[in-house]
Design a protein around this ligand. Structure first.
Ligand code: DX5
Ligand code: ZN
Length: 232
């Protein structure tokens, strides 16, 4: 159901980073009409990653237009605690920070929760998975980046899949999210590894049939999730 993060089930969250940003609301609406389960909003500060996007005012404007929609803010920023308050006021539902940029992840998670948001934590490709796995019981979303964060449209890194498998083996009901280069071509391998939250930017927004693409992504993930449940 729109607006809810349900544990372990497949959800498709388009990233609007590579859409026509001059028409942001229309692009979000187009994604929602095509069956998006949530919107993945990429926040970049030009410091943690070599690119700039937008902050809380843009999230607040989108919240006004889309009251019941689940928003994840993917915080690719150097000081993630700085924006927790603003993002919660702006109406973000899931606040996903990067493990690399938090001095005290326990405290960051606690602050996110104290503002009534779900807490997500992500790791860049060169970051080992073990510390994220240790935090898993405290988190609502475990994000494994499948590209170097900063830009849409990059190639999916298959060699990140052992991290996803590692997390799925240890946390069977967790929300494991993959972000970067997800498309009908790469979904099979991500789903097989155990991902259930799928962020997809260019493959969805640049498609003439975003609904078809999202349906395909969802079907593949559900197939693997169902077979895993049957085995358990
Ligand atoms: C990359 C962003 C991603 C990106 C995904 O830094 O975090 O969310 O926009 O876009 P694609 O699917 O095009 O790789
Ligand atoms: Zn992202």
């Amino acid at each position: 159901m729109m607006g809810r993060l349900c544990k372990g089930g497949c959800m498709i969250g388009p990233s609007i980073l590579n859409s026509d940003l001059s028409r942001l609301a229309e692009e979000c609406q187009r994604m929602l009409d095509a069956g998006a389960d949530y919107l993945h909003l990429d926040v970049m500060d030009g410091h943690f990653v070599p690119n700039l996007t937008f902050g809380a005012p843009v999230v607040a404007s989108l919240r006004d237009k889309f009251p019941g929609v689940l928003f994840e803010v993917h915080m690719m920023v150097s000081n993630p605690e700085q924006w927790i308050d603003d993002m919660s006021k702006a109406g973000a539902d899931i606040y996903t920070f990067h493990l690399e940029s938090s001095e005290n992840p326990h405290q960051t998670i606690q602050k996110i929760r104290s503002k009534g948001m779900h807490a997500g934590c992500g790791i860049k490709p060169k970051t080992p998975v073990e510390p994220l796995s240790e935090l898993a019981p405290l988190l609502d979303v475990l994000l494994v980046m499948t590209v170097e964060p900063g830009f849409g449209g990059q190639s999916f890194m298959t060699d990140m899949m052992p991290k996803v498998k590692y997390l799925r083996e240890r946390h069977p009901d967790a929300n494991i999210e993959v972000d970067g280069g997800l498309s009908p071509k790469t979904i099979e391998i991500a789903a097989e590894a155990g991902a259930n939250l799928i962020v997809s930017g260019s493959a969805v927004v640049k498609s003439s049939d975003p609904k078809g693409v999202m349906t395909q992504l969802r079907d593949v993930v559900n197939r693997y999730r169902d077979s895993e449940k049957a085995e358990a």
